[in-house]
Write a protein that binds this ligand. Structure first.
Ligand SMILES: [Zn+2]
Length: 279
């Protein structure tokens, strides 16, 4: 305010007159206004549920097409090895251009089947989003699945937004994908001590009822890195890990992600053994 007052003061002293403002709404302004409206409309239409669903459908069809071609290429018994390899490279390149958009668009794991063959060529992609169990393999039991259940404490019917994995106290909890520690929260109720990790492609994971936290907020973690230990903090009736996956802000069933990486690598080991044996 002082600045403006002094400017007015000096303007008066020096006899400077303000330039007259043209208040008319000219063609330029009208064009700019229309442009803004058009941009808003475009944004609304582009983000409308119908257009998003249609876009997802189209991308899925494209991905399925490449997946099929890739599978055929893999099974090809053509004598021209060079030609087969060249076609495979082209197909992989074409998918790579679409993959990021596709992975961001998909709402859950049911769409991953469109990438089955592709993932055998690019298994490292499985490190970028939840594709493994956050506990030691075979050392846990699923005590509660994702979906409607009777809550063990309130005894009321409630939707369970995660999966409960019971195991011994103090067992290590691992990050199910590479990412950044978004938050570490300590609560006496609900999730108790819990860690939230942000991954690529709109994935977030939550690890609840922990005993110890072995990471810090903002820390970058790799897939399978130890983040904490199993406890029974918060609303919990026994030692277990409550594990959640959020995709594009929606809580989804984590179960289909558990064996994703394992299945791809098992297949890779099997095929390399077959190939190795034939040589
Ligand atoms: Zn739970």
């Amino acid at each position: 305010m002082i600045f403006f007052e002094s400017t007015t003061f000096w303007s008066k002293i020096l006899g400077v007159t303000k330039p007259k403002r043209d208040k008319s709404f000219g063609n330029k302004e009208l064009a700019y206004f229309l442009f803004l409206i058009l941009m808003c409309l475009f944004y609304i239409i582009w983000h409308s549920p119908y257009v998003s669903t249609q876009r997802l459908k189209d991308t899925t069809v494209t991905m399925d097409f490449y997946e099929e071609r890739l599978k055929l290429n893999l099974e090809s018994s053509s004598m021209d090895v060079d030609l087969t390899e060249r076609e495979r490279d082209q197909l992989l390149l074409a998918i790579e251009e679409l993959i990021v958009g596709f992975l961001y668009q998909i709402p859950d794991y049911s769409y991953i089947s469109s990438l089955e063959t592709y993932l055998q060529y690019r298994p490292k992609l499985l490190e970028q989003f939840p594709s493994a169990v956050p506990l030691e393999k075979g050392n846990y039991t699923i005590t509660s699945n994702y979906g409607i259940r009777i809550h063990p404490i309130s005894e009321k019917e409630k939707k369970h937004y995660g999966i409960d994995l019971a195991t011994a106290r103090g067992k290590y909890v691992y990050a199910s994908a590479s990412g950044t520690i978004l938050n570490i929260l300590y609560s006496k109720k609900g999730y108790g001590t819990h860690i939230i990790i942000k991954h690529r492609f709109g994935f977030i994971t939550l690890y609840g009822h922990l005993e110890k936290v072995l990471v810090q907020k903002g820390q970058i973690v790799k897939q399978h890195e130890i983040i904490g230990t199993v406890g029974s903090t918060g609303s919990s009736t026994g030692y277990h890990l409550h594990y959640e996956i959020l995709k594009n802000k929606n809580k989804i069933d984590p179960k289909p992600s558990f064996n994703l990486k394992k299945d791809v690598y098992t297949h890779l080991i099997k095929t390399s053994t077959i190939k190795g044996g034939a040589e």
